[in-house]
Ligand binder design. Structure first.
Ligand code: ATP
Ligand code: MG
Ligand code: FE
Length: 344
């Protein structure tokens, strides 16, 4: 079946079209430049940008795939979590198109879609698998036995999300928003061992109470203190070294906990999704360390890690194939949709 996916949860308007596990089109419009000068996404600006971009992006995707709306078998749309006003644009559009073309509609979870997108590159996800979701607003470890029916949370961040930490540290270093890709680039010229930054929730007592949880706010504060110390002393800040050492600390904790979850659950597949999964050091480190334990790491190509319509279409295709019933036409835009609700 031919599935169209609509994504509008944050600042990306995305429309993707898939046939099974094959990606046919992935059209994207971003309002990121409009938010950059505010140092973060401005919800009202994002909503308006979605409103302007949704129809042209839809048309672009259909044209790129060489199909018409009548050819589409089902429409999937991000129901949540995300910015309320932004989600509303995608959900309203999906309802409109579904009603006009008499197609079933699936309201899906944005976070589950970050995991499902990997199937477009590596085929069906073996069950069970461990999934690590690391994005701008979330950082979670999940056990996935059947992605169509739900996921089992093992742990999550107790403060900042991984992507949020990247963005805050980038800002501290005077790098543009969103900072993740800039830290990634700067770090290539830096020495990760030059500064010892803390690894949150990895002390023996934390590994009991917070075995699969993360904490990045202490790390962010440690970086801020270190940088301030340099500035106060009138010394230059070695941006590449700070970026590399910070990135190493984040990747070390993420990789360590994800692989521990795999081993303790006797699971040999780790899938990493979300914007931070685009990080080159995380990909390399996870791959290298996993080899020792015979664990396979699956990561979508960087362009599919950040928000897009293809991921929503991929999850929609998975739900259709699994025989999940479509959503009602009054499906909600739910800014706080829980991670465990894969489709509404
Ligand atoms: P959520 O999915 O939790 O709702 P979101 O949709 O805003 O949040 P994503 O688009 O999945 O987030 O990811 C964006 C985040 O990924 C940003 O914090 C960004 O800095 C980070 N990011 C993107 N590329 C990289 C990279 N190469 N290295 C590290 N972080 C990155
Ligand atoms: Mg974005
Ligand atoms: Fe996202």
């Amino acid at each position: 079946p031919l599935i169209l996916g609509i994504e509008t949860s944050c600042d990306e308007t995305g429309v993707g079209i898939v046939r099974g596990h094959t990606l046919l089109a992935d059209a994207l419009a971003s309002s990121v430049d409009e938010h950059a000068r505010f140092g973060g996404v401005v919800p009202e600006v994002a909503s308006r940008a979605h409103l302007e971009a949704i129809v042209p992006t839809m048309d672009r995707a259909l044209r790129a795939a060489g199909v018409t709306l009548a050819d589409i078998d089902a429409i999937a749309v991000t129901s949540g979590p995300g910015l309320a006003g932004a989600l509303l644009v995608g959900v309203a559009a999906a309802k409109g198109y579904a009603l006009a073309a008499e197609k079933p509609v699936y309201g899906v979870n944005h976070l589950a879609a970050h995991v499902a997108v990997d199937t477009l590159e590596h085929g069906p996800l073996p069950a069970p698998a461990i999934a690590m979701l690391v994005s701008g607003g979330h950082s979670s470890l999940l056990r996935v036995d059947d992605l169509a029916r739900g996921v089992t949370p093992l742990g999550a961040t107790i403060d900042d999300a991984a992507g949020e930490a990247f963005d805050k540290v980038a800002r501290l270093l005077g790098l543009p928003f969103p900072g993740g890709p800039y830290i990634d680039r700067e770090a290539r010229a830096g020495d990760p061992a030059s500064i010892a930054f803390p690894r949150g929730l990895t002390a023996a007592k934390d590994l009991v109470a917070h075995r699969y949880d993360f904490s990045f706010s202490g790390l962010k504060t440690a970086v801020a203190r270190w940088v301030e110390g340099r500035r106060r002393a009138g010394e230059p800040v070695p941006v590449a070294d700070v970026a590399a050492a910070f990135q190493e600390a984040v990747c070390d904790v993420l990789t360590g906990k994800a692989l521990a979850a795999c081993r303790e659950h006797g699971i040999d597949t780790l899938v990493i999704g979300g914007g931070v999964a685009a990080n080159s050091r995380l990909r390399a480190m996870a791959g290298q360390r996993a080899q020792r334990y015979g664990i396979r790491v699956r990561t979508p190509r960087p362009g599919l890690c950040t928000d897009n319509g293809a991921m929503v279409a991929a999850l929609g295709a998975h739900l259709v194939a699994a025989g999940v019933r479509p959503s009602r036409l009054d499906l909600p835009a739910d800014s706080a949709l829980p991670l465990t609700t894969v489709s509404v």
